[in-house]
Design a protein around this ligand. Sequence first.
Ligand code: NDP
Length: 246
Amino acid sequence: LNSIQGKSALVLGGSRGIGAAVARRLAAGGASVAITYVQGAAAADAVVDDIVKAGGRAIAVQADSASDAAIESAVAKTREAFGGFDILVNNAGVLAIAPIEDFSTEDLDRTLAVNVRAAVIASRAAARVMGQGGRIIHIGSTNADRMPFAGGAVYAMSKSALQGLTQGLARDLGPKGITVNVVQPGPVDTDMNPANGPMAANLVPMLAVGRYGRPEEVASFVAYLAGPEAANITGASLMIDGGFAA
Ligand code: NDP
């Protein structure tokens, strides 16, 4: 069976949206779960409370993914709390949309820091402490492969960068029994991209299934990749996008 019982997981950006669903799903599978957040302490505490009430183990750590030290501290706190480190889900991400003529340098730097640089720092910290059966799962985007609207060039670039990182890390870590993959969602109903929000009218017609994805659907896929039955999947960019890129 694809059991993650007793594993120790860290979900970067786990207080809301896809990350919160991933944290709840991993905990439901028996993993101990640490989540990070930046501003949403109450939301993070609510995720932890739900997991603990259901009989699981969870902690919340304030850690801005733009800070190397904060990420490294979150990895250390996960190990201290749970006595191991098996699963990293690098989910924290930011979305800035603007025509390139108006795209601010601040948004460029923030996107690269949170969506790209943090993926490398977190993977490095995880690789130093993970053993056989370890899992690194990045949350990318279908926009790495298809960018069908204007204003998303920097976001798409940040998610394409995860593909190269994933392929290279798979080569580094395969011999240690650690897999590395990037899960690429299509539009998913979250605060970042609500199904009744301003982007939905353009996006829904591009979806083969005719609807937004749900955070729980991405979480289920991540939980599968985190388990032992997914040991032969590595270096892969894996769509879960309702046919957005089809
Ligand atoms: P949300 O904006 O709904 O939630 C983001 C989560 O990440 C929150 O828990 C937030 O915490 C946390 N977070 C944000 N910035 C940071 C940071 N710098 N450091 C640590 N935590 C941070 O996003 P989604 O759930 O929609 O997206 C999650 C991931 O999925 C992102 O990488 C996104 O690019 C990707 N994605 C989303 C899609 C969608 O349609 N929703 C489609 C494809 C990919 P806090 O509340 O404290 O800010």
